[in-house]
Ligand binder design. Structure first.
Ligand SMILES: [Zn+2]
Length: 476
């Protein structure tokens, strides 16, 4: 029997507010343990939470960006469970009345096609603290700095059908959050986390199989491997005549497998009830309209514009708009350089190649957009060839100097004087009689060899168009 995976994702994203959701403590990451705490976020008796308005606004931004309906009236609920890093014994979350519902985003698949993934709901809640396990003493310590940091949970419909689609969905969600400026989407620091619900069913059927929940997947790679492993595991259970049980599983990245953590609890286990300390949140049309107006251009719209405005291939537009900063970098260059495809090739090839190799983000690029634009303008003005530009680029990375200064200092200006190039062409032809004979006998591929030799002879400085033209004339 052929099986089909059914996957839904729950993404928790910390919001980049300055203060916590129900008190005025700082949300800054990396402070000394238990320095950003107060009676409210420590869950002392007799204190009252006060809702941070920016959290509501940020949640609305995400709701509107993902085509959700914003609830005119929503409210907070208590989700009861005990955990050492949750001092109140309950988490303030939203249950029956979330702030946003019924949305969707589009993801782009490997083959370039687009798929719509439904968003069931987005709700606001508070984060828990952090346990630090010291294996030496051995003790467990609690840091409450993160307690009360605002989160939104974005719950997808079970529309995802493969680990790759899950990865594409997550990347798109993160990209939207970053474009909106409401979250840094940093998986390493734990500000962007994902749980995956995975089940399988015979292909062509509609009923859902029993699902397992994969908890706290903290890298894009783990999400995809954990889901792939889970699909395989469930298929094996069924093939052996067994039944998949509802449970929560933890991914062990070192062993590349997941282990059962506990039986999965149902919503009623949490004894949700409306939080009596917080009044319902009432949102009027004017507020929704003003938030909608403040939304920036989002990745999908920007991608389409990159195709129509700059004439870029869809693939280039997809890569360049994935991160807002990268798209900004491209547009800064494209304002100065005439040919957008030249910019796109350099940004996607040379620049991203360098950044990936050094594990840096575009914001940490050693070459600024204006420096790269200056370099590319030199190619367009025929001052240097594309090949020399690579040498200049490497030097820019090393020394931080401006491209024009490097070109002048190293005498890299392109040779466009035909007579100078002609003598190099003549030398190359004279030195390679065998190749000339083969070329004339029909081996057209040897043209590349001759061009290479002339470029070597001129230390890469000859104008490639002139080299090609002269070689074609002389080898006729
Ligand atoms: Zn506090």
């Amino acid at each position: 029997m052929e099986f089909e995976p059914v996957i839904g994702l729950e993404v928790h994203s910390q919001l980049k507010t300055n203060t916590k959701i129900f008190c005025s403590c700082s949300t800054e990451f990396g402070a000394d343990p238990n320095t950003h705490v107060c009676p409210v976020c420590l869950g002392m008796p007799g204190v009252l939470p006060v809702l941070n308005k920016t959290v509501v606004e940020f949640a609305m931004r995400m709701g509107l960006a993902t085509h959700c309906t914003i609830s005119r009236r929503s409210r907070f609920a208590r989700k009861n469970y005990f955990y050492p890093d949750l001092p109140k014994g309950y988490q303030i979350s939203q249950y029956e009345l979330p702030i946003a519902e019924h949305g969707h985003i589009n993801i782009t698949l490997e083959d370039g096609t687009t798929k719509r993934i439904g968003i069931t709901r987005i709700h606001m809640e508070e984060d828990a603290g952090k346990l630090i396990h010291d294996p030496v003493r051995p003790v467990s310590l609690v840091d409450y700095n993160r307690t009360g940091t605002p989160l939104i949970e974005i719950v997808s419909e079970p529309d995802i059908r493969s680990p790759e689609e899950a990865g594409a969905y997550l990347r798109q969600i993160r990209s939207i959050l970053r474009y909106l400026g409401i979250s840094d989407g940093n998986m390493e620091e734990g500000s962007f986390r994902c749980d995956a619900n995975v089940s399988i069913r015979p292909k062509g059927t509609e009923t859902f199989g029993t699902r397992a929940e994969l908890k706290n997947l903290n890298s894009f790679k783990y999400v995809e491997s954990a889901i792939a492993y889970e699909i395989k595991r469930q298929k094996a259970v069924i093939a052996e005549g067994g039944k998949v049980v509802q449970e929560t599983r933890l991914w062990d990245s070192a062993k590349n497998r997941s282990n059962s953590m506990r039986g999965k609890e149902e919503a009623h286990d949490y004894r949700y009830f409306p939080d009596p300390d917080l009044v319902p949140i009432v949102i009027d049309d004017a507020w929704i309209a003003s938030v909608r107006q403040s939304l920036p251009e989002l990745p999908e719209a920007r991608k389409e514009r990159f195709v129509s405005e700059y004439g870029l291939p869809l693939y280039d537009a997809e890569v360049l708009t994935a991160a807002k900063e990268l798209a900004d970098y491209f547009e800064d260059c494209a304002r100065i350089v005439e040919n957008p495809k030249l910019v796109s090739n350099w940004v996607m090839g040379t620049l991203l190649g360098l950044l990936n190799a050094e594990g840096k983000t575009i914001e940490q690029s050693p070459v600024s957009s204006s420096q790269l634009a200056e370099l590319l303008a030199l190619i367009e003005a025929d001052v240097i060839s594309g090949k020399i530009a690579k040498t200049v680029f490497d030097e820019m990375v090393k020394s931080g100097k401006a491209p024009k200064a490097i070109v002048a200092e190293k005498g890299l200006v392109q040779v466009t004087d035909e007579s100078a190039i002609e003598s190099a062409v003549d030398q190359v032809i004279a030195a390679n009689p065998g190749e000339v004979e083969k070329f004339k006998a029909g081996n057209a591929k040897l043209m590349g060899f001759f061009v290479g030799q002339v470029m070597k002879e001129t230390k890469g400085k000859a104008n490639p168009q002139i080299v090609n033209k002269l070689l074609a004339q002389k080898l006729k």
